[in-house]
Ligand binder design. Structure first.
Ligand SMILES: *Cc1c(COP(=O)(O)O)cnc(C)c1O
Length: 370
């Protein structure tokens, strides 16, 4: 059996053609052409006013938080179960991430825990749509309004996720996306800052150009200390091809999830990403994820070993960020601390076939009978 990867980009002749064109011709006056095209295509896909391609999602988050004025001693609330990239930019600005517990079904931030964590120092809430599952945005937006806080959507994992008719990433003050090689669409490394707020967009535009204001004709004049998180034209060329194929890539992710779900949801004591019931709401299912009930006494190291023996790539559920050495432990985040050791992400690269999915399912079933 050939190795079954957990993710791997879907690259066709279109990506190769655009990247080759960018490498051959995308210089001088054309050096931004694919970048602008990429930003415009993604803007159309999301139905949002402003998009700015970046070298990473982490960079987009860093600049967005900075543009909102998040700084020393401020507090930003986010879920404990997360990838570190959502929290690290908070600390770059001298602010403090405040980790609250997640919901048992979506594994996203528990809105009822947000209010208790708000202090006079709180400035923002980061809603991370984990594995493409959606946060409860209505409740989060209401809490933010009541307490005058910003809402940021980390939609790195939520391409293809739609909340009550709105694409993930378009609901809060700004959203960020990642095009890292493992994500639903990729540019190798890359990201996107998106917003409907013109003023915020202009601020981030200045920040991403080392503080240069495009409205100021003076060359090399910086009006503030900025950043440099730009994407290259060659990466953006690959991104253009990926966005042109975005519906196909999203549908593939959804199909893979439902193929796993059809079989695995029949087994007692196993849960996968939920299927939303709200109207006009759907998940992108970036990562089909399996949670083993406590009763099973499941040991993820054991399953990963069995996967490895059978040439399957498995991936562990994220750790609670508060359990990492840089942060203060928060054992009161009971769901987070109970769930992470029982979760695993299943292989879901776009070109995986039904035989491979069946094979992974069989190995999981066998491991349960051991
Ligand atoms: C991948 C990811 C990021 C970071 O993206 P980069 O492009 O690697 O900086 C941020 N947040 C979440 C939730 C992610 O999954």
């Amino acid at each position: 059996m050939k190795k079954i990867h957990y993710t791997k980009p879907s690259i066709t002749n279109l990506e190769i053609q655009y990247a080759t064109d960018a490498a051959k011709n995308g210089w001088g006056e054309k050096c931004y052409d694919y970048i602008y095209k990429f930003e415009n295509l993604f803007k159309e896909h999301l139905n949002i006013k402003y998009t700015m391609a970046t070298s990473s999602c982490t960079g987009a988050m860093h600049m967005g938080l900075s543009a909102l004025g998040i700084s020393y001693d401020d507090e930003v609330i986010l879920a404990d179960i997360n990838w570190i990239a959502s929290a690290a930019p908070i600390t770059y600005l001298g602010a403090k991430p405040v980790f609250v517990d997640v919901l048992n079904d979506t594994w996203c931030i528990d809105p009822s825990k947000i209010e208790a964590a708000i202090t006079p120092k709180t400035k923002a809430i980061i809603a991370v749509h984990l594995y493409g599952n959606l946060c409860n945005m209505d409740e989060i937006m209401n809490i933010a309004k009541k307490h005058n806080l910003y809402v940021i959507e980390d939609a790195a994992e939520a391409i293809g996720s739609i909340y009550k008719g709105k694409k993930a990433g378009t609901i809060g003050d700004f959203g960020v996306f990642s095009f890292h090689g493992t994500k639903t669409i990729t540019t190798g490394e890359g990201g996107m800052f998106v917003t409907n707020n013109e003023h915020l967009y202009e601020k981030v535009n200045i920040l991403n150009s080392h503080g240069r204001n495009p409205k100021n004709p003076k060359q090399f004049w910086a009006e503030t200390i900025g950043f440099k998180y730009k994407i290259s034209n060659i990466q953006a060329a690959i991104g253009c091809a990926q966005v042109e194929r975005i519906d196909e890539l999203i549908n593939k992710k959804r199909e893979i999830f439902f193929e796993y779900n059809k079989e695995l949801s029949q087994i007692n004591n196993l849960t996968m990403n939920p299927i939303p019931k709200e109207k006009d709401t759907q998940y992108g299912y970036w990562m089909p994820t399996l949670i083993f009930d406590k009763k099973l006494g499941y040991d993820r190291e054991k399953l990963l070993k069995i996967f490895k023996q059978n040439n399957i790539d498995g991936r562990v559920f994220f750790y609670p960020l508060s359990s990492l050495p840089m942060f203060e432990e928060k054992l009161e985040n009971k769901v987070s601390y109970s769930i992470f050791e029982r979760g695993i992400n299943l292989p879901s690269y776009h070109d995986i076939n039904s035989n491979s999915i069946k094979y992974v399912i069989d190995i999981i079933k066998e491991s349960l009978n051991d």
